[in-house]
Write a protein of this length. Structure first.
Length: 320
């Protein structure tokens, strides 16, 4: 081998080393998980459960930033417009599928603005009230409504969230017309339910399990045809007198569209490893939440299916 050949061989080796080093240099600064909701709700709890484990796995600080508003679109828009380098993540949920129908101009392209990482978990939606509320099931609620049609009130969070959709579906299926009282987050809504300022709310089992077991809230029904394995003492909506009422709350992790594939794959691998940890599974289980890990492609398919499902629901049920 002459000196010219040796020179180019050394240069090539250096380029290979540099390329490998660059590919594995990520992350080179703190990572931020932007959450679509206020502190205390299902999305926030999920983000704060995985954040410390993700920080240890990636060797960088992982911060959680709550950016509620516009049915999750404020947080989603911020992530869609962030640098596509895998340092800004989005923790979103059902509203991600709903907003594609509700928002004619979200400010970004849903198909290209975001990249799927993994589904994280799902939980049941439960109808709750203060312990002294007169009704214990849907028949009791209907009876109260007959006495005073405008006496019923339901706390709802942002349009398109599971709690809001559940309230709208309840209105449609029951034929009742309760007053829907808007709140910026589930925490102030639950406070007002417990104090009697508003009578009921549809909320995730994750955010209410402790309050229910502690006797501060009464659970009237789980929004589904079957009881939750995490709260078998709560009747299903079918048992409580309202068949066909089925709503789940789920959360997933995404990042900015255009993020390098190897970064997305690394994030997916780390997240799925974290979700398999016994302590993480116990943490989710204690909150009444079932872990749901997927590949990026699987999450893409789920989001398409959910968008189609809610589009049909919004159209047929004429949800507000």
């Amino acid at each position: 081998m002459n000196q010219v050949q040796r020179f180019f061989q050394v240069i090539g080796a250096c380029l290979i080393v540099a390329t490998v080093h660059t590919a594995w240099a990520w992350p080179d600064k703190p990572i931020k998980i932007v959450v679509i909701a206020n502190a205390g709700g299902f999305p926030d709890i999920a983000a704060r459960t995985i954040a410390p484990h993700l920080s240890r796995a990636l060797g960088q600080q992982v911060l959680v930033e709550n950016r509620p508003g516009a049915g999750g679109n404020i947080a989603t828009h911020a992530v869609a417009k962030a640098a596509p380098d895998g340092h800004t993540l989005l923790l979103t949920g059902n509203n991600h599928a709903v907003n594609q129908t509700l928002l004619p101009n979200p400010g970004f392209d849903y198909k290209t603005g975001l990249a799927s990482i993994s589904m994280l978990a799902e939980t049941s939606i439960v109808l709750i009230s203060r312990p002294s509320f007169e009704a214990n099931d849907f028949a009791g609620i209907a009876s109260l409504a007959k006495k005073d049609p405008k006496a019923l009130s339901i706390a709802v969070t942002a349009i398109g969230t599971p709690g809001h959709l559940a309230a709208e579906l309840f209105t449609k299926l029951s034929g009742l017309d309760p007053i829907l009282v808007p709140y910026t987050g589930i925490a102030p809504a639950l406070t007002d339910v417990m104090s009697g300022q508003v009578q009921m709310a549809f909320a995730s089992l994750t955010g209410t399990a402790g309050l229910i077991s502690g006797g501060r809230l009464k659970a009237l029904a789980v929004a589904g045809s079957k009881r939750s394995v995490f709260a078998p003492q709560i009747p299903s909506s079918t048992e409580a007198g309202l068949a066909g009422f089925d709503v789940k709350s789920w959360v997933c992790l995404m990042t900015t569209g255009g993020t390098p594939t190897e970064v997305v794959r690394r994030l997916n691998a780390e997240v799925r490893t974290i979700l398999a940890l016994p302590e993480v599974q116990e943490s989710f289980k204690a909150q009444g939440t079932e872990i749901w890990a997927t590949t990026p492609d699987e999450l893409d398919s789920i989001l398409v299916q959910e968008a189609q499902r809610w589009a049909n629901t919004l159209k047929n049920a004429k949800l507000r």
